[in-house]
Design a protein around this ligand. Structure first.
Ligand SMILES: Cc1ncc(COP(=O)(O)O)c(C=O)c1O
Length: 365
């Protein structure tokens, strides 16, 4: 006799039941990719050569991260014990929250900001406390400081921030670290190369500062999933207890030293983006599109009620951009990644045509 199925199934933690799945729009992207703030061209040719030389036999081994961690630590002026490599900065955020947050704790973050802070924080038993930026989307320093309580255990700051492109100053970050000594202050420098300011030199000097870097943006390695988390040795010891020893794969580990060594390529790409950003900002101004000043490889623009149509028309013109209108305080906003000058010239043409079509009423859609 077959047993009738029982109604009892495993249930996840209450916090997980309250979460929604997060599905970034990664499908059908065979156009100009100005939607995910990636490098829009390629990684260094030196990385490409390294990948091509990887043998089938080497893939049979588990990856060994320590020698590469020592190289990247030295590159950043850190001691090896102060840094871990992660499966993208996303794993660094997850790791940090898993290591430090428990029931009753608060995670503080300004919004709008990078989505994954809230995703990972929501999956812990800590309370998520958000501080809304004003209409200028500048770093809401004073309000953030006022929101610190004795229960604040982590503060997540993307610097520069996405999707706004605004940045906190070094003085503000130093003061935040001092005002919340019981909290880990994560400064996520995913867009460091386009901004040029860093808190990395304070790692180890401040007992609660952690700095993250990604290889997904300027280095052009988003597909390999490679990030770095740096902090004082005492805090890194706790994080290492939670970290998977295998989460950074051997292809990524093999590619990191040549990526770091090819400073010429990195400088070329960053220079290209910064020049393209000024030119594209001028094109936005000429088209009468409101924009926020940016310290990163993207620009947030205000399109208004027809933001979804704007995104679709840009797509039809061969350019992918990202609708951010559901981010807090970003009603009607779209984020446009900055690529090379050549690409942004094409994007500016698509922008002009799209804005003209929107003004005309643009026919049935
Ligand atoms: C502020 C910020 N941090 C981290 C990431 C993701 O980095 P990774 O690809 O290393 O996980 C992004 C990606 O858009 C980002 O905007």
């Amino acid at each position: 006799m077959t047993q009738s199925p029982t109604a009892v199934t495993p249930t996840p933690r209450a916090r997980v039941q309250a979460m929604k799945e997060y599905h970034p729009p990664l499908g059908s992207r065979d156009r100009m990719r100005l939607d995910f703030n990636e490098n829009t061209i390629a990684c260094s040719p030196k990385v490409r050569e390294t990948l091509a030389a990887i043998s089938a036999g080497s893939l049979t081994r588990y990856p060994e991260r320590e020698p590469v961690e020592a190289i990247v630590a030295a590159h950043l002026g850190l001691r090896a014990e102060q840094a871990v490599l992660t499966n993208g900065v996303d794993e660094a955020i997850h790791l940090l929250f898993e290591t430090f947050l428990e029931a009753g704790d608060e995670v503080l973050m300004p919004v709008p900001t990078y989505t994954m802070y809230e995703v990972y924080a929501s999956a812990t038993d800590a309370r998520v406390v958000t501080v809304q930026a004003a209409g200028d989307l500048q770093f809401p320093f004073e309000r953030l400081v006022s929101a610190i309580t004795p229960r604040t255990k982590a503060i997540a700051i993307a610097n520069p921030n996405s999707p706004s492109g605004s940045a906190a100053t070094r003085e503000q970050l130093l003061e935040l670290a001092q005002r919340a000594p019981q909290a880990v202050l994560l400064v996520d420098e995913a867009y460091f190369h386009f901004h040029g300011e860093t808190m990395m030199d304070q790692v180890g000097a401040l007992p609660n500062l952690m700095v993250a870097r990604t290889f997904s943006k300027a280095y052009g390695l988003a597909g390999l999933r490679l990030g770095l988390l740096a902090g004082p040795v005492e805090l890194m010891r706790w994080a290492r207890r939670v970290l998977s020893p295998y989460s950074v794969n051997s292809l990524a580990l093999a590619c990191l030293p040549p990526a770091l060594a090819d400073t010429e390529y990195l400088q070329w790409y960053v220079g290209e983006v910064l020049a393209a950003r000024s030119e594209f900002e001028a094109a936005l101004d000429a088209a009468g599109v409101r924009r926020w000043p940016s310290r990163a490889n993207f620009v947030l623009v205000e399109i208004g009620a027809r933001h979804a149509e704007f995104v679709q028309r840009m797509r039809d013109a061969g350019v992918l951009v990202r609708d951010r209108s559901s981010d807090p305080g970003c009603d009607g906003c779209v984020r446009i990644t900055i690529g090379t000058r050549e690409q942004m010239k094409q994007a500016a043409v698509a922008l002009r045509d799209t804005m003209a079509a929107l003004k005309d009423g643009g026919g049935a859609r």
